[in-house]
Design a protein around this ligand. Structure first.
Ligand SMILES: Cc1cc2nc3c(=O)[nH]c(=O)nc-3n(C[C@H](O)[C@H](O)[C@H](O)COP(=O)(O)OP(=O)(O)OC[C@H]3O[C@@H](n4cnc5c(N)ncnc54)[C@H](O)[C@@H]3O)c2cc1C
Length: 186
């Protein structure tokens, strides 16, 4: 059983995975590779020169894998709560077990609604519904979190990736019982 399963491997999901896997939690990203970031040309991501969305996501993929994240291509169809953790079901027929789940599924709230997560109208252009989360990123189902566009933040890579990191840090702080900080120094 993974400590954390992240559904969606865009900027929010990969950034969350970087933190959880670097912090020692076994982490899996399930992504159906239908993300629209591939079509973006990004000139407004702090600290990064002009970069295509494809290149940004490819570097994020490498970073998350470096810290041990398993990244698998899969279309998630359902998440079912068990006595201990969750079973994540996929169209491909494989099931994955996870103690904590982060939904970072972008603009489409269909999966969230299937699972029984509360949603609300989105404010951003083209984002009809978003998952209703508290300030930390918790949903109405304990153990399921949401980040990035799926959680209603502004649709810019610096913000969605930052939100993924925020939710991961909050999840890890909850598990630890104290604020989690990940600093490396020279
Ligand atoms: C054409 C275009 C240009 C843009 N230009 C800029 C720009 O210049 N600057 C900027 O800051 N931002 C730009 N953006 C916005 C930026 O791409 C988004 O803010 C950001 O990618 C959202 O990140 P996210 O991780 O929340 O969602 P996404 O990047 O949408 O990632 C969601 C991921 O979840 C996966 N997924 C969804 N459902 C499932 C499921 N059921 N099972 C498995 N996987 C699933 C998707 O395939 C996708 O990979 C642009 C976007 C587009 C489309």
């Amino acid at each position: 059983m993974y400590d954390v399963i992240i559904i969606g491997g865009g900027p929010a999901g990969q950034s969350a995975a970087l933190f959880t896997s670097k912090g020692g939690l076994t982490t899996c990203i399930l992504d159906n590779e239908k993300g629209l970031t591939q079509r973006a040309l990004i000139k407004n991501h702090y600290g990064v020169e002009d970069v295509s969305g494809g290149d940004l996501v490819a570097v994020g993929h490498k970073q998350a894998e470096k810290f041990g994240t398993d990244i698998k291509k899969a279309n998630v169809t359902n998440v079912v709560k068990k006595d201990q953790g969750f079973t994540v079901e996929t169209e491909e027929g494989d099931n994955y077990e996870g103690k904590q789940i982060i939904l970072a599924t972008g603009a489409n709230a269909k999966l969230a609604e299937n699972i029984g997560l509360h949603t609300k109208p989105g404010d951003e252009p083209y984002v009809k519904h978003v998952i209703d989360v508290d300030a930390a990123g918790r949903t109405n189902i304990e153990g399921i979190w949401a980040a990035g566009t799926a959680a209603g933040v502004s649709v810019h890579t610096i913000i969605t990736s930052g939100d993924g990191a925020k939710v991961a840090v909050n999840l890890m702080s909850d598990l630890k019982g104290e604020r989690y900080v990940d600093h490396d120094a020279l």
